[in-house]
Design a protein around this ligand. Structure first.
Ligand code: ASP
Length: 340
């Protein structure tokens, strides 16, 4: 008997068609799966259209809607796994958010999409859908992204190429599955775990700030003081977590302002490879003294999603810090493994 896979549809280029020079969802095909009949050879498919949006329009409320649909599916005994079709622009954010929202997984949850519409002759959507559907039948109980003949850990990925067909990179984590002539599942795939009740608490009022020469710390302080209220900050620092510390341009007063307002600050690196080690330079060390949290080798996408979900779940700052520093879904290498 063939395994059964649920395909949750959310939109993206895969479902688009050309409207003059602009790709649009309204011009896309209505029934995606009829364009790839080969999928039926891999699995019995059940399709759930959830919404039909450019992923640039997705918000945390949409993450929750996807998480609800996926969570319900994961509780079903008749399903081997779930595929989520999704635009590429924010797929790494959604996949990261789902990894944290869902926790341990009994089955695979495989996001996929395409750089060119499924209706195009020269499309990557067909092979990505085939790989994602196959991935959903394998022993890969993770939230992952199937793209460019690889299945990558979702909370480690970033959209790294705007135009190439292998659009996603996972610089700090090797692929979970390589789909070449053979299909090989890597040994570092996480173990399956029992599904937990879905915890929907999330605090979206976070901000990411990229550190750059010329960044006026008063702008960051101003953001922290606005009426809307920033509840958490991700700082994209230089290299190993370094940031400006000289009089006039130092970001430390901004971090002290954040600490005074109980706003957690997670420091990640602008470098796609390598990890933060705040003590390495004086700027980072001063940030740590001001309460900044070492983001290790988390991607910005993972750090933002984790911060939103952590802020929603934990009132005590110590609990939030412990959550942010822990490896929850394979999103960060344990510190001892990095430094030791
Ligand atoms: N703008 C599209 C989206 O993210 C891009 C894509 O799917 O490749 O929905």
């Amino acid at each position: 008997m063939k395994p059964r896979v649920l395909v949750v549809q959310t939109g993206g280029t895969l479902a688009m068609g050309a409207h003059g020079a602009t790709l649009s969802l309204s011009a896309g095909p209505r029934d995606l799966l009829s364009l790839v009949p080969q999928l039926a050879e891999i699995a019995d498919l059940e399709v759930q259209p959830l919404f039909n949006l450019d992923s640039g329009d997705l918000q945390p409320a949409h993450w929750l809607a996807i998480a609800r649909a996926v969570h319900a599916a994961l509780g079903r005994d008749d399903l081997a796994g779930v595929v989520v079709t999704h635009g590429t622009d924010t797929m790494a954010y959604s996949a990261s958010a789902l990894a944290f929202l869902l926790g341990p997984l009994p089955k695979p949850v495989i996001f996929t999409g395409a750089q060119r519409p499924l209706a195009d002759v020269r499309t990557d959507a067909r092979s990505n859908l085939v790989d994602a559907t196959l991935g959903a039948t394998l022993a890969v109980p993770e939230v992952a992204i199937a793209f460019g003949s690889q299945i990558l850990r979702g909370c480690r990925t970033m959209k790294a190429d705007a135009w190439a067909l292998d659009a996603f990179a996972s610089p700090a984590c090797r692929p979970l599955v390589e789909l070449g002539i053979d299909v090989s599942v890597a040994p570092h795939v996480r173990r399956s775990g029992a599904l937990r009740p879905l915890d929907e608490r999330i605090e979206p009022r976070v901000l990411a700030v990229r550190v750059f020469p010329g960044l006026d710390p008063r702008i960051v302080i101003g953001a922290l003081r606005t009426g809307e209220g920033v509840r958490g900050l991700v700082l994209e620092a230089y290299g190993t977590g370094n940031l400006p510390n000289a009089a006039g341009s130092s970001l430390i007063p901004a971090l002290e302002e954040a600490a005074a307002r109980a706003v957690p600050v997670v420091v990640v690196s602008q470098c796609p490879r390598g990890h933060v080690e705040l003590a390495r330079y004086e700027g980072g060390a001063a940030a740590a003294r001001a309460g900044a949290i070492d983001g290790g080798d988390m991607t910005v996408e993972a750090a933002l999603a984790k911060l939103m979900i952590g802020l929603g779940r934990f009132d005590r700052r110590a609990d939030l810090r412990a959550f942010l520093c822990a490896d929850v879904a394979g999103e960060r290498t344990a510190l001892a493994a990095v430094t030791g």
